[in-house]
Design a protein around this ligand. Structure first.
Ligand code: PEP
Ligand code: MN
Length: 374
């Protein structure tokens, strides 16, 4: 069920006059560094005729206090110049109400809330109040950790203040192990977010997911394949000299090349042949889903019987040998029939958890304090 706060998000196509949807693109440097860097980057991006919003970090939420923390208010003047000289609209990160005030004073067109800020309900509440009545579109990045509640909560706070131009940006989640990516995309999270807010535009920031230039195209394509509404890609006139996120920024030329290689997917197709084949395939899926759910129900009935049988014979529910045998044989089968092993393992764990739950009930131990999904 979609969330209801009384306010409805305005459909994305009504946000910006003359937006270019190839898809909807946001590009610009991680940070504004100098007037020269901002203007050269903006002019080169403008020439591509593919980008609607020009982004720049003005105040940077850096992990370490001695890192480059952004140029501050003088960068907003450069952004104003971008607006004057190019067809681009401007987008800046805000983290505290003062930032909002200064953005308004410099005619910034839209703001984004960074991952660290989305993680803090107090900060989001203060920002929402500062943004109320400004008509500024707000792009909300996902929180650092995959806690969808924080992301939903941030959007609800904005909606409650009457803000209706809200979009989300999936920028990946903090990895607890070293991976080739800087932040781990969890595509199921923005999908769940969309189920909560049907009108919410969702964009992807492949730059912060990737952390270097190697995976930006692949991540961007994945986002488009999932029907996301746009991309935010960090772009710098001279990435190697960048004061922040130097490894992940593209030149405007590389951005152009990357965009032209992306396959743009349509939300749907009006082609009759396509619709009828899709219908046929979906009917097959419906029938298969029905069959395995009925099989699962049968399985759980047997589990119940096993539970009673164990109870009568005073035998423990959990049997390590049996569980290991189930995993080994099913994983073997999964491999033979070409199913992803991790997917099958997760599925088995979920089935096993339910089986234990059912047997616990049969044994009469269902009033323990363990949450169902612990
Ligand atoms: C940024 O976009 O430069 C940024 C700081 O992003 P995030 O909040 O996603 O880390
Ligand atoms: Mn950055």
């Amino acid at each position: 069920m979609p969330k209801s706060t009384g306010m409805e998000i305005l459909p994305f196509e009504n946000w910006f006059k003359n937006s270019i949807n190839t898809p909807f693109l946001i590009a610009g440097p991680c940070s504004a560094e100098s007037s020269d860097q901002v203007m050269k980057t903006a002019r080169a991006i403008d020439k591509l005729n593919k980008v609607t919003l020009f982004r720049s970090g003005i105040w940077k939420p850096r992990t370490h206090p001695d890192s480059f923390n952004g140029v501050g208010v003088k960068g907003l003047k450069w952004m104003q110049q971008v607006k004057k000289e190019t067809s681009l609209r401007t987008l800046v990160e805000v983290a505290v109400p003062k930032h909002v005030e200064q953005c308004l004073a410099h005619e910034i067109d839209a703001v984004w809330i960074g991952a660290r800020t989305t993680s803090s309900p107090f900060a989001v509440q203060e920002l929402s109040e500062a943004l109320a009545g400004t008509n500024l579109p707000v792009f909300v990045k996902n929180p650092i950790n995959p806690d969808i509640g924080l992301w939903i909560g941030a959007i609800e706070r904005l909606l409650k203040e009457g803000i209706i131009k809200i979009a989300a940006i999936h920028r990946g989640f903090f990895p607890f192990e070293t991976t080739s990516l800087r932040n781990i995309p969890k595509w199921e999270v923005p999908i769940e977010l969309k189920q909560n807010f049907h009108e919410l535009p969702i964009l992807c920031d492949p730059s912060h997911i990737s952390g270097n230039v190697n995976y930006i195209k692949k991540i961007s394509q994945k986002a488009l394949d999932l029907n996301m509404d746009g991309l935010m890609i960090e772009t710098h006139i001279n990435p190697s000299s960048a004061l922040s996120d130097s490894e992940q920024q593209l030149t405007p030329h590389a951005l152009d090349e990357l965009i032209s290689k992306l396959v743009i997917r349509k939300s749907s197709s009006s082609d009759v042949g396509f619709a009828s084949l899709l219908d046929k395939l979906r009917n097959q899926i419906d029938s298969i889903d029905q069959q395995y759910l009925e099989l699962l129900a049968q399985r759980m009935k047997i589990v119940e019987k096993i539970g009673s049988y164990k109870k009568e014979n005073n035998v423990a529910i959990f049997q390590l040998d049996r569980w290991e045998e189930i995993i080994a044989t099913r994983m073997d089968l999964a491999e033979k029939i070409g199913l992803d092993k991790e997917f099958v393992l997760n599925f088995l764990k979920s089935v096993h958890k339910e089986s234990i739950q059912i047997q616990t009930k049969v044994m009469g131990n269902n009033n323990e304090n363990t949450p169902r999904n612990a």
